[in-house]
Design a protein around this ligand. Structure first.
Ligand SMILES: N[C@@H](CCC[C@H](N)C(=O)O)C(=O)O
Length: 281
């Protein structure tokens, strides 16, 4: 089966995007892993599917697969690429598009200068819904990892996030702690792990070890979760510039029950066609 695809990225968090409106796309976990492989396939952190609408008052349905083949609920950088993709491919000319995901409906709006602003929905702070095995506290939870206790924020942006405060993201043990926390038994569906360094109330630096993909150059939902966690800890203002290894996002949140806004770029790199049968052999 031959499929047309577009390679895109949001701040270096890269995607293979398939139009599943005009072509039939069926991908199993093995094919997804091969497509995402940077040597045997196209290479990406996530695969995105643009599908016809499934629920009333939406324009499209959005599916997301991590490089390890797992299907997930949300992807912020991918959402901005989604908006750019449907415009470039002539699938929509609307200023604002409404898109259903496995975790609810998000709204995407193209802005001047290649930016996309996304209403990411309200963060979920109830541990059972993240899911995180803990009794609810205001904003911080002790988590024992490898004999050491860390105080983490726990937030769902549709997908689960743990947020740790660090003095310096450059020296934070992102790979070691990230993989230990990703698979921690208190996160039954695994978790994305953010390492946040606070510069001042309006600026942070962030690195994210993503569930199912490892450390990426940027994570949109991770940036939202980090700002939510920092706001709840009374360390951040409602409008925060988040500097990730791949570039900057603007995240805005005024506290519960408000929705989180994310603004940042989305870039198409190239288009191609791939024969899936050759890929899995
Ligand atoms: N890169 C994404 C998040 C992708 C999904 C995540 N790895 C998960 O498993 O939840 C973003 O920009 O939000």
């Amino acid at each position: 089966m031959r499929l047309k695809f577009t390679k895109m990225h949001g701040l270096g968090n890269d995607f293979v995007v398939f139009d599943a409106v005009r072509q039939q796309v069926e991908l199993d976990a093995v094919t997804i892993r091969r497509l995402a492989d940077r040597r045997f396939g196209i290479g990406c952190d996530q695969i995105l599917l643009v599908e016809p609408p499934r629920v009333p008052d939406t324009d499209f349905h959005y599916r997301i697969f991590n490089a390890d083949g797992s299907e997930v609920e949300q992807c912020g950088n991918g959402a901005r690429c989604f908006a750019q993709f449907v415009r470039e491919q002539g699938l929509s000319t609307q200023e604002e598009i409404r898109v259903s995901t496995a975790s609810g409906v998000i709204r995407l709006a193209l802005q001047p200068e290649g930016l996309v602003r996304v209403n990411m929905g309200a963060p979920v702070l109830e541990p059972a819904l993240i899911p995180f095995l803990a009794a609810k506290t205001q904003w911080s939870y002790p988590l024992e990892v490898d004999g050491e206790t860390f105080h983490i924020g726990a937030v769902s942006m549709g997908n689960p996030h743990a947020v740790l405060l660090v003095d310096d993201v450059d020296t934070a043990p992102v790979a070691r702690l990230g993989s230990l926390i990703e698979t921690h038994p208190r996160f039954p569906q695994r978790v994305n792990v953010g390492f946040m360094q606070i510069i001042n109330t309006q600026r942070v630096r962030l690195r994210v070890y993503e569930r199912g993909a490892g450390e990426t150059l940027a994570c949109g939902t991770g940036a939202c979760a980090a700002v939510v966690s920092g706001w709840l800890r009374k360390l951040l203002a409602p409008r925060v510039q988040v500097r990730l290894p791949g570039g900057e996002l603007l995240i805005e949140w005024c506290g519960p029950p408000q929705t989180v806004w994310m603004t940042g770029p989305a870039v198409s790199v190239f288009q191609g066609e791939i024969d899936l049968l050759r890929l899995v052999l």
